[in-house]
Design a protein around this ligand. Structure first.
Ligand SMILES: [Mg+2]
Length: 175
């Protein structure tokens, strides 16, 4: 039997990189402060990482698929340079109105990731800067981190803080 892994599911825009709103140019990637230290800390505590990102810009034809793929390749390479393996990127290319089961706040990307990467959902976290991230995490049965700043909290999350590095320290302390 494969052993299950504790995992941090990460939102992309506003969590790992600055939210440029329909980022379509891989040269415009800008990492948020502390993200490499945060993920190294979590790595050292045994977590694997899966990125789950809504990309309705694909449906709206504001983001091209090849640019999205290149953005994710570059992010994977940059995190690898910092000693962090981003195991997988899942994206939901559907419109906001679709309510597609893989588009957050629905948990489809997390559940798919759990199957593909042997995730122990109960020991895992979803981290994001939108309340829809928290909802998706809760529906998948994960603990949740809400990065405050862009939106006001709309309910309970396990951790609410402004920075990913603070969040990482609190996540480890809460184990
Ligand atoms: Mg976000």
């Amino acid at each position: 039997m494969r052993s299950l892994k504790k995992t941090v599911f990460l939102d992309r825009d506003g969590t790992l990189i600055i939210d440029k709103v329909y980022l379509n140019d891989p040269n415009q990637i800008e990492y948020l402060p502390g993200v490499f230290d945060a993920l190294r800390l979590l790595r050292d505590h045994g977590y694997q990482f899966i990125v789950v990102t809504n990309q309705s810009g694909i449906a709206r034809r504001l983001v091209e698929m090849e640019n999205l793929d290149e953005t994710h390749r570059r992010m994977q390479a940059e995190f690898a340079r910092h000693g962090v393996d981003l195991s997988r990127f899942y994206y939901a290319p559907y419109s906001v109105e679709s309510n597609h089961y893989i588009r957050k706040p629905n948990p489809g990307m997390l559940l798919r990731g759990a199957l593909d990467h042997s995730v122990d959902l109960k020991k895992s976290w979803m981290v994001g800067d939108r309340w829809s991230d928290v909802e998706a995490g809760q529906k998948a049965g994960c603990r949740t981190v809400f990065l405050s700043g862009v939106e006001a909290p709309q309910g309970e999350a396990d951790i609410i803080t402004a920075s990913l590095l603070d969040a990482a320290q609190l996540m480890i302390a809460s184990n």
